[in-house]
Ligand binder design. Structure first.
Ligand code: ADP
Length: 484
């Protein structure tokens, strides 16, 4: 059973226009704990009508929210941040229960999620405009930034809290209002966030959460002319679909989609650091992050040494229920995710990959998969192109820097890339040549609220976090001030 110090954080209703409500149809959606299969809660199975109500509420709340001085919005966001931190333990428990990740990681995610609220509470006060020297004698050119209006957020299950605050933080700071739809698997974190929003003083209608039928809610959000922006984090296939759906009403879109991150280990790398970085970038959240390394490209001279050290470290990872002490890898989110990982590994082994650690379902059963290292991976294996989204590290061999760059860039995706080298010239050279939105040099951890997170190519559009993250929720107005 889920034990919380503050039981009122477990909300099982949607939050629309300042009211906690059930679905019009009366149906609900069960939320299960991936570690036990137990139903921990149920949330409303909403669709079109509830979404329209949420959009109307967000539209009604928009003028007053946008008109408030940025500093007032900032104080509310700051309080929201503090409340997340004050309730970090409960929120982490809730997250581990619905998502499966180890409790320590869940706590880390709450702090990370809260950091976006803190950051944008500050950044919202700095939505500066411009005055441009005019080519005409009697006029000034003034550029201001205005909130785009009602925003829709559709978020995934892998980071149920952080992926939402990354959107809600800048949106509310900019003066926008929001309708959020969390993933079916993990709605409880989003509803707890809404509850804390109420306590922080967010006015009714400014932040709404609708749970339920993804297609119906997504359809209503994307087709509404009142919604001026969609921010989506999830799979490339769903992102494409939503972008198409947004075309009719020409919405601003931010998409944070799939990745196929290369992790390059050059001969001159510090191997201990590379192994530590590999563990962090690959096995966090059981490999279920969009910036997880998907392909380890290892130079000939250090291939065996790196492979053996990584395999040894991976064999020592403690697998179990996220709530249990010392566990660093929980179950995968569901059976579909497990089947995908299994098929990718089987395909690779069938084509000659050598398992140095793991390579099959874990003895714990359910949706656990063994932390896995596969040597001798080759480009014809499906995992060379597809996002694994599981605890599997395939190692590819390369000989020259040029070859490594070509292999790394040979992907439809362009989210994160990592490489390890102690050569200063190479560090700059390779980072310039990698066709990725984010590059980690001698680090496997790149996520922070102060840096711009986002991809190129089929990995998406827009940036989240940093000063750039606010821009996605602002539009530019140019005023030609003549007749002076
Ligand atoms: P995954 O396959 O990892 O679950 P998705 O892209 O399907 O990734 O899910 C990310 C988010 O997109 C979730 O909130 C999910 O409910 C939502 N989603 C999936 N399909 C649709 C759709 N057709 N319309 C709107 N939202 C969708």
């Amino acid at each position: 059973m889920l034990q919380l110090k503050d039981a009122s954080l477990l909300r099982q209703h949607c939050y629309i226009g300042g009211n906690w409500s059930a679905a019009d149809c009366g149906e609900t959606l069960d939320v299960t704990d991936p570690a036990t299969g137990e139903t921990i809660a149920s949330v409303p199975y909403c669709g079109e009508s509830e979404t329209q109500r949420a959009i109307a509420a967000a539209q009604a709340a928009f003028p007053a929210w946008a008109a408030r001085p940025a500093v007032e919005r900032s104080r509310i966001l700051r309080r929201w941040f503090e409340l997340l931190m004050e309730n970090q333990d409960d929120l982490a428990r809730l997250m581990t229960a619905e998502q499966g990740k180890p409790l320590a990681e869940a706590k880390g995610e709450i702090a990370y999620a809260a950091s976006y609220l803190e950051w944008f509470a500050e950044e919202g006060k700095r939505a500066y405009g411009d005055v441009i020297p005019s080519p005409f004698p009697d006029s000034s050119i003034v550029v201001t930034k205005e909130p785009v209006g009602v925003c829709a957020a559709i978020t995934p299950w892998n980071f149920p809290m952080a992926m939402l605050t990354r959107k809600a933080g800048p949106a509310l700071a900019a003066g926008c209002t929001m309708v959020a739809k969390p993933a079916e698997q993990t709605p409880l974190s989003a509803l707890a966030l809404a509850e804390l929003g109420v306590r922080a003083g967010i006015p009714p209608g400014v932040f709404n959460v609708v749970t339920g039928d993804a297609r119906a809610i997504g359809g209503a959000l994307t087709s509404s002319p009142l919604v001026r922006k969609l921010s989506f984090t999830g799979s490339t296939a769903t992102g494409r679909l939503l972008m198409r759906q947004c075309a009719e009403t020409v919405k601003k879109v931010s998409l944070e989609l799939g990745g196929n991150a290369p992790f390059i280990v050059f001969d001159d790398a510090d191997l201990d650091a590379a192994v530590a970085g590999a563990l962090a970038s690959k096995f966090r959240n059981a490999g279920q992050t969009c910036v997880c390394s998907n392909r380890f490209l290892v130079q000939d001279g250090v291939f065996e040494a790196f492979a053996n050290r990584l395999a040894e470290a991976v064999r020592a990872l403690k697998v179990g229920k996220g709530i249990d002490d010392g566990v660093v890898q929980g179950p995968l989110i569901d059976e579909r995710a497990l089947a995908k990982v299994e098929a990718l590994v089987d395909d690779a082994i069938g084509k000659g990959a050598r398992p140095l650690a793991g390579g099959r379902r874990h003895a714990l059963g359910r949706t656990w998969y063994e932390p896995t290292v596969l040597a001798d991976a080759t480009p014809d294996m499906h995992l060379a192109r597809e996002e694994i989204f599981g605890p599997v590290a395939p190692l590819f061999r390369f000989k020259t820097e040029q070859e490594a760059i070509a292999m790394a860039n040979d992907s439809e995706y362009g989210l994160a890339a990592y490489f390890y080298s102690r050569d200063h010239g190479r560090a700059w050279r390779v980072s310039r040549k990698l066709e990725y939105g984010m590059v980690g040099v001698n680090t496997g951890m790149i996520s922070t609220e102060v840096a711009p997170f986002g991809g190129i190519k089929n990995s998406g559009l827009g940036r989240e976090g940093s000063k750039y993250g606010l821009e996605d929720y602002l539009q530019i107005k140019y005023v030609a001030m003549a007749g002076q």
